[in-house]
Design a protein around this ligand. Structure first.
Ligand code: NAI
Length: 319
């Protein structure tokens, strides 16, 4: 039972993100138990996971060395929270994004987990660790691991410790994420928006200003990414871009630091994202992609097909 206990992960909440984590942990051979308050969600999760694993296998994109069927057989469900977390080495919380709900859940998990070393991990997109974990007896083992959607194809996972999280818990979380094929990055001190959303919001701000000031159309702003920056960013980040676009980083800054500072000083204030500009952007976007579920879903499928193809290409080129 000890050996089995070493290899068990509990997933709390079986929605979009809980299902993805279940597949990722099963891919690395862990026993996964999913818990949810809604039994229909658990049933739906099993059906959807089976289908997704089979599809990934068919496309040659399954992670790990086990067959889809073997991975699926490692995943079970439970409507009993203490059963779901018993002997788990890692618990991944994926309930809706609500501070009070998460606080209540971590207080229960704190009391229910049975091993001393269990790491209690939240998938929260934007709640700071101190808002969820402060005051818990096991705070030194509590941490945030924020995935990027869809996690199976975008492996980034932001790790954000609470100020009182132990170095050991940080280390074990990073190692576990790497083991299941995720790419952990450390946000060493908690900061609003973590890293991904801080950078994303910097981009949304400038995109919005360029449209609001009548300098570009929304379509052309999107093209700056789809045909320019995005082409690069799928393979290299801003620092490697800098390094390669001159004779190294120092040389780049000798040449361009003053331009970056001049242009940056012309950035306008934070937009309010409402009024005429909002109306205009909505109208332009909806003329191509009507804001109704059917049309949005069609386009989401189109997007996901491309993300899968890109993931495949990256996998091929990196191996
Ligand atoms: P979701 O709404 O798809 O799933 C939430 C699940 O939690 C549902 O199955 C629901 O029945 C269950 N649930 C509700 N109350 C519960 C409780 N008290 N105990 C157990 N289960 C309960 O939500 P989603 O999108 O999976 O998000 C979960 C978390 O992951 C959120 O914190 C979110 O911010 C984060 N996240 C979401 C991303 C996304 O793109 N959807 C990306 C990265 C993180």
């Amino acid at each position: 039972s000890n050996m089995a206990g070493q290899r068990k992960v509990g997933i709390i909440g079986s929605g979009l993100i809980g299902r993805s984590w279940a597949m990722l942990f099963a891919g690395a051979g862990f026993n996964v138990v999913m818990y949810d308050v809604d039994s229909a969600q658990l049933d739906g999760a099993k059906v959807s996971i089976k289908q997704q694993l089979n599809e990934l296998e068919r496309q040659g994109l399954l992670r790990g060395t086990l067959l889809a069927e073997e991975q699926f057989s490692l995943i079970s469900t439970s409507e009993n929270l203490s059963e779901a977390v018993k002997d788990a080495i890692h618990i991944q919380e994926c309930v809706p994004e609500n501070v009070d709900l998460k606080k209540q859940m971590f207080s229960k998990l704190n009391d229910l987990c049975t091993l001393d070393e269990t790491v209690l991990c939240s998938s929260t997109s934007c709640i700071l660790p101190s808002k969820i974990f402060t005051g818990l007896r096991r705070v030194s083992q509590c941490i945030v691991a924020h995935p990027c959607n869809p996690p199976y194809h975008c492996p980034l996972t932001e790790i954000i410790p609470h100020p009182e999280t132990s170095e050991d818990a940080v280390q074990r979380t990073r190692e576990l994420m790497a083991k299941i094929g995720q790419e952990p990055v450390m946000v060493k001190r908690e900061i609003d928006g973590f890293a991904l959303n801080r950078m994303q919001y910097a981009i949304i701000n400038e995109a919005w200003r360029l449209v609001e000031d009548g300098i570009m159309t929304p379509e052309d702003v999107d093209k700056v990414f789809t045909t320019g920056l995005g082409m690069r960013y799928a393979f290299i980040g801003p620092f490697e871009t800098i390094h390669l676009n001159a004779e190294g980083t120092e040389n780049y800054m000798q040449r361009y630091a003053s331009s970056i500072r001049r242009v940056s000083s012309s950035f306008g204030p934070i937009p309010t994202f409402d009024g005429k500009t909002l109306e205009h952007v909505e109208q332009r976007m909806a003329s191509r992609i009507p804001s109704v579920p059917d049309e949005l879903n069609k386009r989401r499928q189109w997007r996901d097909d491309r993300l899968v193809a890109l993931a495949k290409l990256k996998k091929q080129m990196d191996s």
